[in-house]
Design a protein around this ligand. Sequence first.
Ligand SMILES: [Zn+2]
Ligand SMILES: [Zn+2]
Length: 313
Amino acid sequence: MKFADLHLHTLFSDGTYTPEELVLKAVDAGLACIAITDHDTVCGLAQAIAIGRDKGLEVLPGIELSAEYGSQEVHVLGYLINYKLRGFLRQLDILRENRVMRVHKIIGKLNAVGINLDTQAVFDICAGGIPGRLHIARALVKGGFVKSIFEAFNKYIGDKGPAYVLGFHFSPQDAIRFIRDAGGVSVLAHPHCLHNDELILKFAKLGLMGLEAYYPEYSQEETNFYLNLAKEYNLLVTGGSDCHGNAKSEVKIGSVKIPYELVEKLKEANDPASSAYSAIRKAQGLKQMNPAPSKSSNRIKRRCGVNKKEGAG
Ligand SMILES: [Zn+2]
Ligand SMILES: [Zn+2]
């Protein structure tokens, strides 16, 4: 049986592996397919796809976008995107500029509270990728200002910290549309982080096409809960480890792996020649006209740890 891990980060966002390392580790883990889903960037894709081809590993093009709904951070994964589209790349450039500006602002606030971290130290760690809070946290650890990434978030750069700066975020609708415009399939990442399952139907009505039902530490009960929701709302199902390499060393590539059959469904849903393509779009249209109340929307207890904040960049 073939397996896939569809949620992985490289050092082009806030992971620590190069695309090549990621591919080699995925091969070692016995995976048949991976997706690279860096935050706001597709820089690692071409290299990973080419190396994957050499090593017999299928690499799907992906991305992870941060959106905001009220005060809620929402991560939307995009799969099978046409990552060479010029308009799409131009938008990503703007996102990158926003993130760079945000780093400067955060460093300014850190300096104001007596933490003399240099901006360059952050960009060195980021190594040309998309800078985020995790890079700042790592620079704070490296500079001896804090002992751990957790402390960096908790004491300084987390949402309640003195050096917090709100980043640019799409609305969920814009993130979904952005992915669709790039020819991709939008999937809600780590849905437990919403702490409100009713939003899933809301996003499905905005055109969301899938749900990440397999995620590290999800119990069988949690996974089943999301599998049922996906069925009820006609959403595709994905899953992955959200591995960030050594930045979150406890999460290994392939620690969450899904049957390859789900990758096939993803592809069918994105293939205009397939009946699944029109079926899922028709279901989306019907949902918009007839938003039936959810039978499965009773929340079950789930957690959202520091992982989400770190992953959020
Ligand atoms: Zn992620
Ligand atoms: Zn995420």
